[in-house]
Design a binder for this molecule. Structure first.
Ligand code: HEM
Ligand code: SF4
Ligand code: SF4
Length: 522
């Protein structure tokens, strides 16, 4: 399984790297697949509502009403219809890519099983929407789908008598089925919307909107496509003839050709097994999760910053239980905590300036306490040499970050850069453990722990509490957001910071003094 994930991950990294050349990093569609899913859903819903206003839901008039929209309203109706179709197709593409990407990046095991698990019924509902939608056009493609679907449904032991045969010669039955499809095509998207909402319930600030530029560009592309290649119906359905289907939508209907070679019952069984396997993937194998964050009430003043910053909504502020003079205390939901450590980075008590015996913050990871982070930072800093020493704080996701290590460069890894309290930057520089600090995390706003990059950026820019101290010179701090494998770009960012250090006034004077002392000795 790991082999498969690693292969997929590398493939995604390659393709995303290519897209990074064409898009600003935050606009890269691969990092916005969930948000694009929402975006396409809204386009489909809005265009669907428009079409419904003019659509005749009766079997006999449905085809004509769609033709009327296409012929009499080419300016809006035709575009709306085409948008409805193309955005539905795009929805399938982004959902399938989203599924594959979450799998390959291993963002579906442990606590994250919930999003994966709730995503699976979404797939079924999505296909039910698409197939019922094609049915409503009531052209020969709809007739083909109607017959193939009812034959396929007959393979399930739920209908008393075969429905398919009746389809060909009973318009009354077709009419009833047609009404059922109209109902399904309206009800299922509503159920989907509810499920999409459930899907992101375990996330703080879920990304439901793509960046404006990406959204505008995508919509413009769909409108242009709709104008140049408008979606059209085929010949009207005729129950007296066997439909000859010409056009085919492979996004929604790819399963139908299989029915010609695989018996319907076996296909149902295959889909059921496939769904079960997909549903069980988060436990294949189960994730051995590090211990969840733990609160130390003696050091918690109830400020709520950890709860604000937790990307997985795993912290609630509850009434105080220890009689201390604060109203609230942080309480961690150990089931939903992913052990990212971001809460420790947010806690004002997690500061390395405190004495060794004091360094017990209000919240931290028992497996990687802040005192240990301070020890590692100190040891790493003490081993550095040169005039442009850099301490790199990086996240576990950058597998190749250790490659930066050199006599003047030390690397300290964390589960997420968001775990680094900004007071560490001040401490490293004030204790002269390094001349500069580089924080290196995931690229393009797609932090593995969701919000660690965002909070780090804001803390360092002194826009979010806990702020980086005012006395820290900006030119001695660098931020680096790269994909793993982007070694050259990361090294370039590091070199730029080192260049900045050698020209920073204080460091320049010190280097000159060191050179003069060396010359005097020599
Ligand atoms: C209409 C379909 C879908 C939409 C609109 C959608 C949308 C989203 C959104 C907005 C997020 C949150 C992203 C964030 O803010 O970090 C998300 C997360 C996730 N989705 Fe979906 N999703 C859909 C279908 C699926 C499917 C079919 C699967 C897989 C079976 C899936 C698996 C996941 C997983 C595992 C996450 C969590 C990622 C993490 O923990 O970082 N989704 N989805
Ligand atoms: S950030 Fe620290 S002090 Fe504030 S509520 Fe959370 S644990 Fe308590
Ligand atoms: S470790 Fe991460 S997921 Fe757990 S409580 Fe802290 S911020 Fe939330």
């Amino acid at each position: 399984m790991n082999l498969l994930k690693n292969f997929g991950r590398r493939l995604f990294e390659r393709v995303e790297g290519g897209f990074d050349l064409a898009f600003p990093a935050e606009w890269n569609p691969f990092r916005q697949l969930g948000a694009l899913g929402w975006f396409f859903y809204w386009i489909v819903a809005a265009s669907g509502i428009y079409l419904y206003i003019f659509f005749d839901t009766g079997l006999t008039r449905a085809y004509e009403s769609i033709e009327w929209i296409m012929n009499n309203q080419w300016y809006v109706g035709q575009v709306m219809r085409s948008l409805h179709r193309y955005a539905s197709d795009a929805l399938v593409v982004v959902v399938v890519l989203h599924l594959l990407r979450e799998f390959c990046l291993d963002r579906m095991r442990g606590t994250r099983w919930f999003a994966w698990f709730t995503g699976i019924p979404l797939l079924w509902f999505l296909y039910a929407c698409g197939i019922s939608g094609y049915w409503l056009v009531w052209d020969v493609l709809a007739q083909y789908i109607a017959i193939a679907t009812t034959e396929w449904l007959d393979a399930l032991p739920i209908f008393g008598e075969p429905t398919a045969a009746n389809f060909v010669n009973s318009a009354a039955l077709s009419g009833r089925f047609f009404s059922l499809m109209v109902f399904i095509h309206i009800a299922v998207p509503l159920i989907m919307l509810f499920l999409m909402w459930v899907h992101i319930q375990r996330y703080a600030r879920p990304r439901m909107n793509p960046p404006r530029g990406l959204a505008a560009g995508t919509l413009a592309a769909l409108v242009v496509l709709s104008l140049v290649f408008p979606a059209v119906s085929q010949a009207p359905a005729d129950l007296d003839t066997v439909p000859a289907v010409i056009g085919f939508d492979w996004f929604y209907l790819a399963i139908y050709p299989l029915l010609d070679v695989v018996p319907g019952g076996q296909l149902w069984l295959g889909l059921a097994i496939g769904t079960l396997v997909l549903a069980l993937l988060p436990w294949a194998p189960p994730l051995r999760k590090p211990a969840p964050a733990a609160v130390d009430l003696d050091n918690c003043n109830g400020c709520g910053r950890c709860a604000d910053d937790c990307p997985f909504d795993a912290i609630t502020m509850s009434p105080r239980t220890d009689g201390a003079a604060y109203d609230t205390e942080a309480v961690v939901n150990t089931d939903t905590c992913v052990s990212c450590g971001i809460c420790a980075g947010a806690c004002p008590t997690a500061t390395p300036h405190r004495r060794a015996t004091d360094l017990m913050p209000g919240i931290q990871l028992p497996g990687y306490p802040i005192a240990e982070l301070r020890d590692r930072t100190r040891t790493t800093g003490q081993a550095l040499s040169g005039n442009d020493r850099v301490m790199v704080f990086g996240c576990d996701q950058s597998r190749d970050l250790a490659e930066l290590s050199a006599p003047g460069v030390g690397v300290v890894l964390l589960p997420c850069v968001g775990m680094l309290p900004p007071s560490f930057i001040d401490w490293v520089l004030a204790r002269d453990l390094a001349d500069g600090v580089l924080i290196s995390g995931c690229a393009g706003g797609d932090c593995y722990q969701r919000l660690g990059d965002n909070w780090t950026r804001q803390r360092v820019a002194r826009q979010r509490d806990p702020y980086m101290r005012a006395r820290v010179p900006d030119e001695r701090v660098g931020l680096c957001w790269t994909r793993s494998g982007e070694t050259t770009r990361r090294r370039r960012i590091l070199d730029a910071l080192r260049g900045q250090l050698t020209t920073a006034p204080k460091l320049k004077r010190r280097a000159e003094r060191a050179r003069a002392a060396e010359a005097a000795r020599g």
